[in-house]
Design a protein around this ligand. Structure first.
Ligand SMILES: [Zn+2]
Length: 204
């Protein structure tokens, strides 16, 4: 019996499937599967059930792109949130990090990534046209560019600022400030730094 044959088929298949998730290599998949299997059966099933619900129910808001179980997310459908202010983020979880501060009263726009030529991600792969449409449709006053404070996030912000300025010269464009450490991720930023970086945003 070879080493390969010793690994149960269901484990092998699970490992293989998990590596389909971006950023999950063999090691990440192994850590997830083997640690999951260490839990009591009841806990394992609870985790699976939660995941299954998320996988089945979650979609991107038809308006802003953040994760929601509805057609339109609770932020976009809240009449108290101003559509004159759009905060542009890379991923839905970035918007959730900003929501945790309970300060921002505008809406969001999820790009679905950042411009990363080395990974073959160009502006055409991001939700940029729908951003321009929303700016026009709602007569937006300010676009806050809250892409991550790293090389690609900065490049994406500069690209968007130029594009928006050209089409909508009267729209104020701001960039979150360096209250956040360069190279950090909004998703994992501590609340105080994130709040400061939004408060001290700079006009572009
Ligand atoms: Zn929405």
């Amino acid at each position: 019996m070879s080493y390969e044959d010793m690994i149960p088929k269901s484990i092998k298949e699970s490992l293989e499937k998990i590596t389909l998730i971006p950023t999950y290599g063999e090691r990440g998949a192994g850590r997830l599967v083997y640690n999951l299997l260490k839990l009591p059966l009841e806990k394992r099933l609870e985790i699976l059930k939660a995941l299954q619900e998320a996988v089945e129910k979650i979609r991107n808001c038809a308006e802003c792109g953040i994760y929601t179980e509805e057609e339109i997310c609770p932020i976009c459908s809240n009449p108290r949130r101003s559509k004159k202010f759009i905060c542009v983020v890379e991923e839905p979880q970035d918007a959730f990090a900003i929501e945790r501060l309970e300060r921002y009263t505008g809406v969001y726009h999820v790009l679905g990534g950042r411009i990363a030529p080395l990974e073959g991600i160009s502006p055409s792969n991001l939700n940029i046209n729908s951003l321009l449409e929303r700016i026009e449709k709602y007569g937006v006053k300010e676009v806050i560019l809250a892409t991550n404070p790293n090389v690609e996030g900065e490049a994406t912000a500069i690209y968007l600022a130029k594009l928006i300025k050209k089409q909508f010269p009267s729209v104020k464009i701001t960039r979150i400030s360096h209250g956040l450490q360069f190279g950090s991720l909004i998703e994992f930023a501590d609340e105080l730094s994130l709040e400061k970086s939004i408060e001290n945003r700079k006009s572009l």
